[in-house]
Design a protein around this ligand. Structure first.
Ligand code: NAI
Ligand code: 13P
Length: 326
């Protein structure tokens, strides 16, 4: 793939991906909706608001002009999930490949982000890039592997070559739904693991939540047409383990606060960066109920986000009738 690469969304992850795309010498057009952020990135070659301390490649140019970004050979979409449809509606449609890098499910429609992208840009090949990828590590050049999923083999192979770097290794997949469901669901489960940490419930409980959470992810994924091996790969289990283990995760950190007894509403009101699991949880629960899939951990996270008492919610989760593991 020759030519520029567009990155839409200049938060931590969009900025880190811009840095990856610039590694191979591509001109990178990084769109932000906030004019002050555009000016600051271009003046300082740093995104101090969302990815502080990382000197950005001179190949990256921030912009507020979506039409200029749309002329690039491919567009990586990295807005918060619930904002994606509105931003894509403003993006000129050139049939350019669109790569969904956000993790979530659209409220109201229950659509995955790739489905939202297809709705808005039916002529574009749509791909999904997902995996265990803390932005600050990727931006510093630490080794990272991702799933790059897409139905169009040619577009996917071209994009993989364009973004692969010695520290950044994309694995190809044709399972778009599976790649997306892993990333969306793990954010909800990371909140649950944070709660366990904040409430001091111990490492056994955290490991049990990861395992039972993975069972939930798999049940939901299979019901939606995902492949089991995708859910067990980078974008599913890999990302689940990463985000359930570290306060570097915004979702895990949100859970820690809830586990310590802080009100979820206050924690969310005081955040500047996005914790997608808080938006995904109620949508996921609705989608699971519509599909007839039981997701008790997701339901527990929803109760906690609605202000439920931690001890009561955990007690209810553990008091459910005994059942077979599989
Ligand atoms: N930070 C990370 O390590 C990773 C994040 N992701 C996903 O990438 C997506 C973006 O996350 P981050 O970049 O980390 O978020 P962030 O919280 O660092 O930044 C969000 C960006 O979106 C902008 N924004 C907020 N509302 C908007 C709207 N209505 N329209 C357009 N732009 C808007 C903000 O101004 C900011 O530039 C999320 O879905 C997240 O789950 C995926 C992998 C890694
Ligand atoms: O998706 C991520 C890592 O793969 C980032 O997780 P958080 O959004 O919880 O920080």
């Amino acid at each position: 793939m020759s030519g520029a690469i567009g990155v839409i969304g200049a938060g931590a992850w969009g900025t880190a991906l811009a840095q990856v795309a610039a590694t191979n010498g591509h001109e990178v057009r990084l769109w932000a909706r906030d004019a002050a952020l555009v000016a600051a990135i271009n003046a300082t070659h740093e995104n101090a608001a969302y990815l502080p301390g990382v000197p950005l490649s001179p190949h990256i140019r921030a912009t507020g002009d979506l039409a200029w970004v749309a002329e690039a050979a491919a567009n990586l979409i990295v807005t918060p999930a619930q904002a994606m449809r509105a931003v894509l509606a403003l993006l000129p449609a050139n049939g350019q490949p669109l790569v969904v890098c956000s993790k979530g499910i659209e409220a109201g429609t229950h659509l995955l982000m790739s489905e939202v992208a297809h709705d808005q840009h039916p002529l574009s090949p749509v791909m999904v890039l997902s995996g265990p990828t803390f932005a600050h590590e990727v931006a510093r050049g630490l080794p990272t592997a991702v799933t790059l999923a897409g139905a169009d083999d040619v577009a996917r192979a071209a994009l993989a070559l364009a973004i692969a770097a010695p520290h950044f290794r994309p694995y190809a997949s044709s399972d778009v739904i599976g790649a997306e469901i892993g990333g969306a669901v793990k954010n909800v489960l990371a909140i649950a693991c944070g709660v366990v940490d904040g409430a001091g419930l111990g490492q056994n409980a955290r490991a049990a939540l990861i395992a039972r959470g993975f069972a939930e992810m798999t049940r939901f994924g299979l019901a939606k047409g995902a492949r089991a091996e995708t859910l067990a790969g980078m974008s599913g289990l890999g990302d689940l383990v990463l985000t359930c283990s570290s306060t570097a995760s915004r979702n895990f950190s949100l859970g820690v606060g809830i586990g310590r007894g802080e009100a979820a509403a206050d924690l969310l009101a005081n955040r500047r960066t996005v914790a997608e699991g808080a938006f995904t949880a109620p949508v996921l629960l609705e989608a699971a109920q519509a599909a007839g899939v039981e997701m008790p951990i997701t339901a527990a996270v929803c109760r906690l986000l609605d202000g439920g008492d931690v001890r009561a919610v955990v007690g209810d989760l553990l008091a459910r009738p005994l059942k077979d593991e599989v």
